[in-house]
Ligand binder design. Structure first.
Ligand SMILES: COC(=O)c1ccc(CCNc2nc3cc4nc(N)[nH]c(=O)c4cc3[nH]2)cc1
Ligand SMILES: [Zn+2]
Length: 372
């Protein structure tokens, strides 16, 4: 019996999209789903109540960051991540693979794991597959990600092949180290860079290891969108239909729609929360850079079609003022809106799949949001 079980509800007649339910120890998640990112045990500036209010079903946190600060033992003493941050719905933790590789030259990769220097105080650390599982077990997330290597882009074929084969060996080590399979699920991560044959090899090796879900990693790393979509479409073919598919680090409205159409069930990205803090909103009429002078005396709502707290109460002029004055409320109001925008988009996507009209929905959305 797994901690996490996927129930395929319906396959879209117009595309490879699916409607599903992900049963987890902290509740049931309707897929396709967007997961707000809460790297350091908080979705920046949001309270758990506000996250629930806008429809967040599951949030993501990061093994690397929480290991560095405040430490996984401290969080374990606090009763685990759910208790520590007072979030009683599902949590997915990323394994640190991507974060450590983002440290760039500060790290050394060996068969054992990755040696790196802390971004906080320069101290030396080594994360191994076993360590990544130990940390995530202490955090108590519902879904933990395998420790993998996210190959850089671009990367040559030989490097990518050696790297994906090590990622497969690391996945087996994660699975061997994972004891409490009853209440925490382990997801494998497919690599293979931008090489279709290596993507097939990785998908076959990773899915040969029986797990409750699989992620597509190594994408959204700076490659052109059309390459991402092409590699994604190719890779999904080698993933089992009865397990959830999670595309890591994605994304923007167009990438979410293109991912769902190709059969992806789960997404996460820092985009909505990060651009909120520097004054950009995703709205039904497209991107609005509310910090621009054009909105100085615009006393209309950010998005007339949005039902969020920000759009029901404030004007563009006020939000612009807050952002320009670097007021904390400015970041909060735009974060509430941007997350609501993506969560609402995914609600509408689920309805469109249910009604077999996802491609029509995508057309309409693109016309309004991207004016194309
Ligand atoms: C304003 O917007 C931004 O700042 C911003 C920053 C980063 C991304 C892209 C994030 N992409 C991404 N996250 C990822 C996380 C991953 N984790 C693991 N374990 N393995 C992977 O293979 C992996 C790949 C990823 N690709 C997108 C947007
Ligand atoms: Zn809004």
């Amino acid at each position: 019996m797994y901690a996490v079980r996927y129930e395929l509800i319906k396959e879209c007649k117009q595309s490879g999209a699916r409607l599903g339910r992900l049963h987890t120890p902290h509740g049931i998640i309707e897929t396709p789903i967007f997961m707000p990112v809460g790297t350091q045990a908080t979705v920046k500036s949001m309270t758990p109540e506000e996250l629930k209010e806008i429809g967040s079903q599951i949030i993501l946190s990061n093994t690397y960051h929480l290991y560095m600060r405040p430490g996984h033992e401290l969080i374990k003493k606090a009763g685990g991540l759910h208790e520590f941050m007072q979030w009683d719905k599902p949590i997915l933790t990323d394994s640190g693979g991507f974060q450590v590789f983002s440290l760039g030259p500060l790290r050394k990769i060996t068969e054992e794991g990755v040696e790196f220097r802390s971004h906080l105080d320069g101290s030396r650390h080594t994360i191994t597959p076993e360590k990544a599982v130990e940390i995530q077990t202490a955090l108590g997330s519902d879904i933990m990600m395998a420790f993998d290597e996210c190959a850089p882009y671009p990367a040559d074929r030989d490097y990518v092949k050696k790297s994906l084969e090590r990622t497969t060996r690391w996945l087996q080590r994660c699975k061997d180290a994972h004891k409490n399979t009853e209440n925490q699920a382990l997801f494998g991560i497919v690599q293979g860079g931008m090489y279709k044959d290596l993507r097939e090899q990785s998908a076959r090796e990773i899915t040969a290891i029986d797990l409750p879900g699989y992620a597509i990693g190594g994408l959204s790393v700076g490659e052109p969108k059309d390459i991402m979509y092409d590699i994604l479409g190719h890779t999904v073919q080698f993933l089992p239909e009865d397990k959830p598919r999670y595309l890591m680090g994605v994304g923007s409205p167009d990438d979410l729609l293109e991912g769902v159409i190709r059969g992806v069930d789960m997404f996460d990205c820092v985009l909505p929360t990060r651009i909120a803090r520097n004054g950009t909103a995703m709205t039904s009429q497209g991107k609005v850079v509310v910090r621009n002078a054009t909105y100085a005396e615009d006393f209309s709502p950010l998005d007339p079609e949005c039902d969020c707290y920000t759009c029901r109460n404030y004007t563009k002029a006020y939000i612009r003022h807050l952002i320009k004055a670097n007021e904390i409320l400015g970041a909060r109001l735009l974060t509430i809106h941007n997350l609501r925008f993506l969560l609402k988009l995914m609600e509408n996507v689920r309805i469109a799949i249910h009604e077999d009209r996802l491609l029509d929905f995508k057309e309409e959305f693109f016309k309004k949001y991207y004016k194309k």
